[in-house]
Design a protein around this ligand. Structure first.
Ligand code: SAH
Length: 263
């Protein structure tokens, strides 16, 4: 059995309870050494065989899994954050399917969630935006033309940009080309969110390249963009005393005789 497990964004205690249990029980762990906190490997049994996938091809990863399967061993494939975001798990799952090997997936705290927690921010503020766009700049891996950054930026929604910290001059140019963000739209760079060496730099879209340069950040960082980082928003309806929900009646019901309602 192969378990794909999300390791979480960095802090070792951000793995899920299920992920931790699977890690403790595993005979083989294949972890993404470039981004998974090695502290997590302390959870593994002393007899566990550990591979760093940063030095392996897809074929080698699958071969290691097959070898473990042949011996009736349990494998954990440990991915950074949540495996569904830029995790390259589909190609592994399809190969396992083809080979008739059983697998399952345990989610993790994606770095964009870890970064929001570190910033103490909420991505979806009433009257500001109700949408989070997760994307990246095209690099050696292309991005489909219809998702070119300026087209997504035209929404003015919250954006969480992965894998793009080394391309900030182009990123700024594409964000501004969308027409919805301006030079003064708030932006943040969160380096190694939830790791002990985490760093946050908050500024504006116009300042992004300089913010990264001054702090020597060019990888393992998220770029977060949007007015969710500002100070103006509406209160939620959900917790508004005058709003009835499926769980709570509004406190301020209009009374038949008029006058003030004291509840
Ligand atoms: N599956 C991962 C993303 C893997 S892609 C997740 O859910 O977070 C790798 C990119 O993720 C990095 O280039 C960086 O942009 C981002 N990233 C991963 N961990 C990070 C962290 N702790 N802090 C900031 N960015 C991180």
């Amino acid at each position: 059995m192969i378990h794909f497990v999300g390791a979480g964004s960095g802090a070792p205690d951000l793995i899920t309870v299920r992920g931790q249990r699977l890690l403790r029980e595993a005979d083989v762990v294949i972890y993404a050494g470039s981004l998974v906190n090695p502290e997590l490997l302390r959870e593994a049994k002393p007899s566990c065989t550990i591979y760093d996938s940063a030095r392996m091809t897809l074929e080698q990863v699958i071969a290691a899994m097959q070898e473990a399967e042949a011996c009736g061993k349990t494998t954990v494939r440990l991915h950074t954050g949540d495996p569904s975001i830029y995790g390259a798990i589909r190609e592994q799952m399809d190969e396992l399917e083809r080979l008739g090997v059983d697998f399952d997936v345990t989610p993790g705290v994606s770095s964009f969630c870890g970064a929001a927690a570190s910033l103490k921010a909420e991505y979806t503020l009433p009257d500001v935006t109700q949408t989070v766009i997760i994307t990246r700049m095209a690099g050696r891996t292309p991005v489909p033309e219809r998702e070119e950054l300026s087209r997504l930026a035209a929404h003015g929604a919250t954006m969480a940009l992965f894998l793009s910290a080394g391309m900030l001059p182009q990123l700024r140019e594409r964000l501004l080309a969308g027409g919805a963000y301006t030079e003064s739209t708030p932006a943040a760079i969160v380096y190694k969110a939830t790791w002990p060496e985490e760093r946050q730099v908050v500024g504006t879209v116009g300042e992004l390249p300089e913010m990264a340069r001054r702090n020597g950040i060019d990888k393992t960082a998220l770029i977060l963009v949007g007015d969710f980082l500002g100070n103006s928003y509406e209160r939620s309806k959900l917790y508004d005393p005058a709003f009835t929900t499926g769980y709570r009646r509004a406190e301020q019901q209009p009374t038949p005789q008029g006058g003030t309602d004291h509840v």
